[in-house]
Design a protein. Structure first.
Length: 184
């Protein structure tokens, strides 16, 4: 086991800055928003290589079809390599941090979850800079954010993730945004 192993469930390739520690690039294997012809993990591997991360330090999980599988398949790869980490950094889009954490905490099959240090992070980015040719229009991003909140609310009952309280003001904002995007 490598004590400095980094597990990145990565949707923000700019976060791949490690140049010496083993790094698992783990993404849902499907193509990102129809923009790429290659699974996200493979795209991010190439970006990591260009940033100077040695190929022998990159481990790929690109077979999953959802976030829960992503966690399970990543764990399986790490266990087979005897690389179960003591700390994990989950890197994700800003609006998916809570759901990523909740899914990870429910799906990680390791016995030592209480001892595991789990952190989330994202690229600091202002809202007006987020919609672009890769992420979609502002309406696209808002719809994805709304769907993500719905999943945070519904998925604990389905056993997909841990429960998280959602404040009333978040639901108020949700209702307003639903009315806004449904105008189109």
């Amino acid at each position: 086991m490598h004590p400095k192993m980094k597990l990145l469930r990565c949707s923000e390739p700019r976060k791949l800055v490690s140049n010496c520690e083993p790094t698992l690039i783990s993404n849902i294997g499907r193509i990102f928003a129809g923009h790429w012809c290659t699974p996200e993990a493979d795209v991010f591997k190439e970006l990591a290589l260009r940033k100077g991360v040695p190929e022998e330090n990159i481990i790929i999980e690109n077979k999953s079809t959802n976030s829960g599988e992503n966690v399970l398949f990543s764990y399986k790869i790490l266990k087979e390599m005897e690389l179960i980490p003591k700390s994990i950094i989950l890197v994700q889009k800003p609006y998916m941090l809570r759901r990523t954490y909740a899914t990870f905490m429910k799906q990680w099959p390791g016995d030592d979850l209480d001892a595991l240090k789990v952190m989330t992070t994202c690229q600091p980015i202002e809202w007006q800079d987020y919609p672009n040719k890769d992420t979609g229009s502002a309406d696209d991003v808002i719809k994805i954010m709304l769907q993500d909140l719905e999943k945070i609310d519904a998925y604990p009952a389905k056993g997909f993730q841990i429960h998280q309280d959602i404040p009333d003001d978040v639901w108020t904002a949700y209702d307003k945004l639903c009315k806004f995007v449904n105008k189109y």
